[in-house]
Design a protein around this ligand. Sequence first.
Ligand code: ANZ
Length: 958
Amino acid sequence: MSETNNAAASEVAAPHRYTAAMAEQIEARWQDFWDADGTYEAPNPKGDLAGDPSLVAKPKKFIMDMFPYPSGAGLHVGHPLGYIATDVFARYQRMTGHNVLHTLGFDAFGLPAEQYAVQTGTHPRVSTEANIENMKIQLRRLGLGHDRRRSFATIDPDYYKWTQWIFLQIFNAWYDDEAGKARPIADLVAQFQTGERAVPGGRSWSGLTDVERADILSEYRLAYASDAPVNWCPGLGTVLANEEVTADGRSERGNFPVFKAKLRQWNMRITAYADRLLDDLDALDWPEAIKLQQRNWIGRSEGARVDFPVDGEAITVFTTRPDTLFGASYMVLAPEHPLVEKFTPATWPEGTHDVWTGGHATPAEAVAAYRAQAASKSDVERQAEAKDKTGVFIGAYATNPVNGEQIPVFIADYVLMGYGTGAIMAVPAGDQRDFEFARAFELPIHCIVEPTDGRGTDTSTWENAFGAYDAKIINSANDDISLDGMAVADAKARVTEWMERKGIGHGTVNFRLRDWLFSRQRYWGEPFPIVYDEDGIAHPLPESMLPLELPEVEDYSPRTFDPDDANTSPETPLSRNEDWVDVTLDLGDGRGPRKYRRETNTMPNWAGSCWYELRYLDPHNSEKLVDPEIEQYWMGPREGQPHGGVDLYVGGAEHAVLHLLYARFWSKVLFDLGHVSSVEPFHKLFNQGMIQAYVYRDSRGIAVPAAEVEERDGAYFHEGEKVSRLLGKMGKSLKNAVTPDEICAEYGADTLRLYEMAMGPLDVSRPWDTRAVVGQFRLLQRLWRNVVDEATGAVTVVDTEPDEQTLRALHKAIDGVRQDLEGMRFNTAIAKVTELNNHLTKVGGPVSRTVAESLVLLVAPLAPHIAEELWRKLGHPDSVVHRDFPVADPAYVVDETVTCVVQIKGKVKARLEVSPSISDEELEKVALSDEKVVAALDGAGIRKVIVRAPKLVNIVPA
Ligand code: ANZ
């Protein structure tokens, strides 16, 4: 009660105080003005967004956020952290002479809207667009300086027309290994026609049927349909990416079993770009941790392919350790390996070891049983280090090509079909998994390296494999070649060269990266611009038929099946719409109107975010994806950015691999085909930390609403009951979400912006604390008070010159804030602004105009609304947004004095302003004669004085 009275009283006394109500009024006014004025519109050099040539002539900065998915829950205060940071940075760049492109779109295809549609019958477009509208309101309230003309959502047909168009470019391209780049598929066809390139299978191109030609081309196209084994989840009715499958082989969503099934699906041949995706990382300004994750994902291994003869055929293995060939004592094929049937005999060979058969009467039975068991496991689970090694002998022997030894062939799930050749030579002495398997199946372990750890060469006493690279090779010689005594690296080179000469094997590079599974059995995604003719040949739609829009359907969900029934196959939502699926079209290919069936899969969520940076540049271009001159202006290579790209891209580290790798891949294809001048989409990447929040749980472990929790003496209570407190994620489910709307209502957007930026270094995660927000609000109140009279609303600045001390404080702040904003250290920039502002408050009296104006300009990137308001009050007719950021006068930046602390018994008793070059003796004299020190000593004698000039004097009294 009394508090309200006080507040009311102070409002009467200070009707022009900076309050939440005033902040709201100022912010709304300037937001409207900026929109109407087009303050944040960045001009292009040409086209419909062309503008002020003097701005275009400035150096450009393209600053970008990872765009949001418009979820129905809206934003909490954690979401805009990165958006505020890029906004502050963009504003600073505008004030330091750059033409700045900053905008934000929406990544709007996705599962939540589709699931909501399944539950409620609301069309995903309706709910998604409503969510976008809501999010736009929330974002606008933050005062983000976006060029709104450039915003779009990936679900806009005008946008996904170009996503489909890019798909067609990729479909109509192949990777020319000799040229080291993608080229139009027509070039390949021409090479086949003229005989410049041999047609696979040795026939002439003109003698092939259309189907045969299509099949051959599909082996080359960068987007192709194939019957590869994929993760099929009958319970969900869709195939899943590896990342969507849990370690125990179930769907991440819904926890249904996932089976490996051969289904015809679209893929992108990203593997063709493995080397370039790896090499080009070097010149990017990205966090090392992210580069490392990409390198590991691409997983380049140098090694060899080696042929092991079996019955006149051969099993080819991939090994990174060809130097260990003499130690290969058995082989393992992945259970799905296509050669397994061929090599499996009708009966067990003479003398087959009992433990090898798994108790089965015939090899075929053993293989069938083991395959069924392996099919139910995920790759991760199969590769788990700690797991017991399982497998079964297939009844065949292979010949070790270096020593002629007959070695048994097994299938085992620790060998994956999708890596290398899906077959290994097992070297139990050198590889731990092979070692464990050899022990379990009583297989020989040949010692082929000299152990350096004193264990000796008798492998029967070993407890694990010995894989050291610095060891010497032993027991590795035949009549022709000896590796004995060599170090690993030399032995690898020697044996590879020998194998190449003998035609047994050859050196090779293997990548972990797989082609990208590009189709999903969903409704809410981009339709493929592909139709099939009566022979099943895939034809691209001509550009004139784009965008191919999603049809209206009754049921948005794919058909689901008995979750355990692996013998099912997907039925997509689009396939049920006969009118849409079966069409008669003239594709303009000279064949006239014909009957076709449309592709009924849709593209994965990732598609829309693979190229959106390009569309921001030229969002309304109906002729082209982006005009080349405009692309070159904003994205083209330049000094320090040899691959071109966005100048700054800010987003969460969780996108280390998939999104960033896919976007890089598309960018390279578009570059190869001559559509863009930038090879890389994002030159500099910055990962912001997360805003965390306290989660309060009651004795049952259930989260209680954080807003209702009270603190008493360091303990936390909810409705009288003690609750526990832990730091966690912010979100609805943990009942601790704080929305930007609440904070804006209570303090205004400028305060929210300052608080988020002041919380800590941008790349570090930090806990949200609503009670601490007021600190930044008070800073703005003091700032206001330094310029405006709270009682009258009049500007109080004076035209007199500031004193020397104030000039020093000002120029130090300018210098520091500049460096901090440039380096994205927003928290320390705010600390420096605060320091300057406090200095002015402390000095008291009216502030000099020059100081006030500089202070307002320093604050402008961080708290743009109050800065704009004060700027105008200071008499400037034009917006603060495009004003020059202050430049420090070096004469005032160097410290004239430093503060020396004088302690007595470790307690600070005085502070002295001294010259930075003061000597220890001089400083001791000054300290001991200081009034406060004399008073504090109160006549006591002195035992010892410790001096660390110029900053510390410590006095120990007697
Ligand atoms: C013999 C050998 C001896 C191996 C030795 C290792 C150590 P990275 O480095 O990850 O590329 N391997 C090959 N294909 C495999 C597959 N499909 N599934 C499971 N394992 C496979 O790993 C390459 C090594 O992993 C290869 O080198 C092979 O084992 C195994 F002392 O060959 B090695």
